[in-house]
Design a binder for this molecule. Structure first.
Ligand SMILES: C[S@@+](CC[C@H](N)C(=O)[O-])C[C@H]1O[C@@H](n2cnc3c(N)ncnc32)[C@H](O)[C@@H]1O
Length: 252
């Protein structure tokens, strides 16, 4: 190469356009730009990304449309890399014995099909979850919590997804590791802009401030509109980031 190998340079765009499959570990700091470069190429690909990138508004719509998915590997998001630059890493990240550096929350993102994504999750019915779930947030509750600001129910664990619920469910981001498109449909995300038209309420600034004060006992900003919101002990509480899904073929 004559240039510096920047993926945006004509020298790198040329082999991109001539390739069949793009496989790389791109710079995370330029992920949005790299992702646009990748999708514009319209090729098969398998790349490494941080789990957070799934929720970017530039990326998530492709997951929703089943244009890409999580690949197979990096158990629990843990990835081990060999690098000559070991002095940059703290002990605990760099293991002197193995010579490997450990990264967390790493996923493969790909549009190459693989068998694991067609394996439906074994799930219990809603009634059985409420009776037998191993999660204290579900077990012995009368029902699943419903969001105050969209029509879904809150399901804090992928394995607590009720198999017989026909409405929309808010699932953890890690659900996508287990997502089988024959079993579920991705409807959208809990997010600020109502990109997926699933919000039933938008809180005023005054309501956000009041909710913060009531929950934390001090002044502060509580951006309720960025998340699904549930009532907990009669107080409004933001749920963690959620993906909104429903059973494949279920009526909305
Ligand atoms: C996550 S690291 C991956 C390194 C190596 N490919 C690997 O898998 O171990 C991302 C790499 O992208 C390089 N990089 C940063 N900006 C870039 C750019 N604009 N074009 C091409 N590569 C870039 C970084 O120097 C870094 O080596």
């Amino acid at each position: 190469m004559k240039g510096d190998g920047d993926f945006r340079s004509a020298e790198v765009i040329k082999p991109r356009n001539e390739s069949d499959i793009i496989i790389t570990n791109p710079p995370f700091s330029l992920f949005r730009e790299f992702f646009a470069w990748l999708m514009e190429a319209n090729k098969k690909f398998i790349i490494i990304g941080n789990k957070n990138c799934i929720t970017y508004k530039e990326v998530f719509p492709f997951f929703k449309k089943n244009k890409l998915w999580i690949g197979y590997g990096f158990n629990g998001g843990n990835a081990f890399f060999k690098t000559p630059y070991t002095e940059n890493f703290a002990d605990g990240v760099y293991n002197r014995e193995t010579g490997l550096v450990k990264f967390r929350n790493v996923v493969w993102i790909t549009n190459l099909d693989h068998g694991r994504r067609h394996k439906p999750l074994p799930l219990m019915t809603m009634a059985d979850n409420l009776k037998f779930s191993k999660h204290k947030e579900i077990k012995r509750k009368k029902k699943y919590a419903k969001y105050d600001n969209n029509e879904a129910i809150e399901v804090p664990y992928t394995d607590a997804m009720p198999s017989d619920y026909n409405g929309i469910m808010g699932a953890p981001i890690s659900f996508l590791d287990k997502y089988c498109p024959e079993q579920f449909e991705i409807m959208g995300m809990c997010e600020n802009l109502d990109l997926y038209k699933l919000k039933t309420k938008v809180y005023t600034s005054e309501e956000c401030r009041k909710a913060y004060f009531e929950k934390f006992g001090k002044q502060g900003a509580y951006d309720l509109n960025a998340s699904g919101v549930v009532y907990k002990n009669d107080l409004l509480e933001k749920a963690y980031q959620r993906i909104l899904i429903k059973r494949k073929g279920a009526k909305k």
